[in-house]
Design a protein around this ligand. Structure first.
Ligand SMILES: Nc1ncnc2c1ncn2[C@@H]1O[C@H](COP(=O)(O)OP(=O)(O)OP(=O)(O)O)[C@@H](O)[C@H]1O
Ligand SMILES: [Mg+2]
Length: 441
């Protein structure tokens, strides 16, 4: 229930405690209605905003749109960051070429028009979008205000400099000032923006933390330069869920989407000791990844632990749990661990598959070919429940897997159990028992 009622101008939203014939703010005549009487666009119960469907603009890549919950929302500001040479400019040039709503402007501060032209030719682009080589913020904003693009790409935000700030391009204050002002203008115009961000030595976005706060969406672009898979991961999103991914393949003609990444990552798998399939997901789209290990006697007094796409400290912890809680000794062994596909796995639900993979390599015995495993390991050797169990198992079933070792604490709908032999385990020892009967006990 409202406690008081104002009179509101239906043209401009000006509020007055009493009725007025002419609005003092916009000058309209007979435009005042009592609050709750007429159509008031400015204030209404939140649930009524529901009906106003948000329009999503397509980037031209189906998997990128899916990762962005259907596409870009007008005025959405996206920061995309990744290692040098990973393909950020390539991806965004392709997005500009495919974007089909209104004017598109690509601003490069890093490359000359000749360089970009040559790349566009190699990528076989139509090249109908506008291109500007500019690093001066005020000139750039002038162009933006004139062109009013529906999509703006800034490659990269670290190259820009504003007259209002003394320091050099890429400095904290320049990046802050430039990104603020671009966001301000583009929110006003309803322009979607991709800001390219460089990364620091640790692989995080370079520059001020505030950059991550001013944008609506944060995408990380991952993969190995020497390798051809690339993954776009949604780290933050004010217009949808996080953890979503899009998988691409890099080739001569640029990036190509991979519609069935699980199939793509598993097609070269050899069924042998050390190989365990793990359903990865941090969002709604799971991905079957192969975890591989190699364990061999160490030549040195301190054994090696090497990982690829997996946190080496986490591996060391898992090895300690295996030793203390399951009596699998690896301290005189070198351990190499690889998660195939270039997706950097950070979620703890990979622990169980990593442990099984290492033990499988150690005892030189393969786990069943049609088995998947996931679960977080606690220091007590307990297998802890994780998110998205259903999605993971559905993906495994879709690709013909028949057995799953999962945490005891995961609850599942009955229909998922059909055609899938599910082993619910409470402790790492139980999981080892399922795979390698009697080996550890
Ligand atoms: N002739 C070519 N054929 C196939 N791939 C190429 C060719 N030239 C470049 N590439 C690929 O494109 C990548 C460069 O991509 P791009 O310039 O889009 O990366 P970036 O992330 O924008 O890099 P930076 O951070 O330096 O701006 C190279 O690493 C390479 O893999
Ligand atoms: Mg680039």
């Amino acid at each position: 229930m409202r406690r008081y009622k104002d009179f509101i101008c239906k043209e401009c939203g000006y509020r007055s405690p009493k009725w007025l014939g002419r609005c003092p703010s916009c000058g309209s005549w007979d435009s005042f209605n009592e609050e709750g009487e007429g159509p008031f666009p400015l204030v209404k119960p939140l649930k009524e905003f529901n009906g106003e469907k948000v329009r999503r603009l397509k980037t031209g890549f189906k998997n990128l749109d899916e990762a962005l919950n259907g596409g870009l929302v007008e005025g959405q500001v996206v920061l995309i960051f990744g290692e040098p040479g990973i393909g950020k400019s390539t991806l965004l040039l392709q997005v500009c070429d495919r974007f089909s709503e209104g004017e598109v402007l690509y601003v490069s501060g890093e490359e000359s028009k000749e360089q970009v032209y040559l790349r566009a030719r190699r990528l076989n682009l139509k090249g109908d979008f506008l291109f500007l080589a500019q690093t001066h913020l005020e000139s750039l904003l002038e162009t933006v205000l004139e062109v009013k693009p529906k999509l703006l790409v800034i490659d990269s935000v670290q190259t820009l400099h504003s007259d209002r700030v003394e320091s050099s391009p890429g400095s904290v204050s320049q990046v802050r000032e430039c990104s603020f002002r671009i966001v301000e203008v583009c929110k006003e115009l309803g322009t979607c923006v991709f800001l390219v961000g460089q990364v620091n030595k640790e692989g995080n976005v370079a520059g001020p933390k505030v950059l991550e706060h001013v944008v609506d969406t944060l995408l990380s672009f991952e993969g190995e330069r020497q390798n051809f898979y690339r993954v776009v991961k949604v780290i933050k999103n004010r217009f949808g869920s996080t953890g979503e991914i899009g998988v691409f393949k890099m080739g001569e003609r640029g990036l190509e989407e991979v519609p069935e990444p699980s199939e793509f990552f598993l097609k070269e798998r050899l069924h042998q000791p050390g190989s365990v399939v793990y359903p990865y997901t941090e969002g709604s789209k799971p991905l079957l990844l192969e975890v591989q290990s190699l364990v061999l006697p160490s030549l040195y007094s301190s054994p090696q632990r090497r990982t690829y796409c997996f946190d080496p400290n986490r591996l060391v912890m898992i090895l300690a749990i295996l030793e203390k809680r399951a009596k699998v000794f690896l301290r005189d062994q070198d351990v190499f661990l690889n998660v195939v596909g270039g997706v950097e796995v950070r979620e703890p639900s990979a622990d169980l598959s990593v442990a099984l993979s290492v033990v499988s390599a150690k005892v030189d015995k393969a786990v069943p070919e049609d088995l998947i495993a996931f679960g977080e390991l606690g220091l007590g050797g307990e297998v802890r429940a994780v998110h998205f169990c259903e999605y993971r198992l559905m993906e495994a079933k879709r690709f013909g897997f028949k057995k799953a070792i999962i945490p005891k604490g995961c609850e599942l709908p009955e229909e998922l159990k059909e055609g899938l032999e599910i082993f619910k385990v409470r402790h790492i020892k139980e999981a080892l028992e399922v795979c390698f009967e009697g080996i550890n006990s």
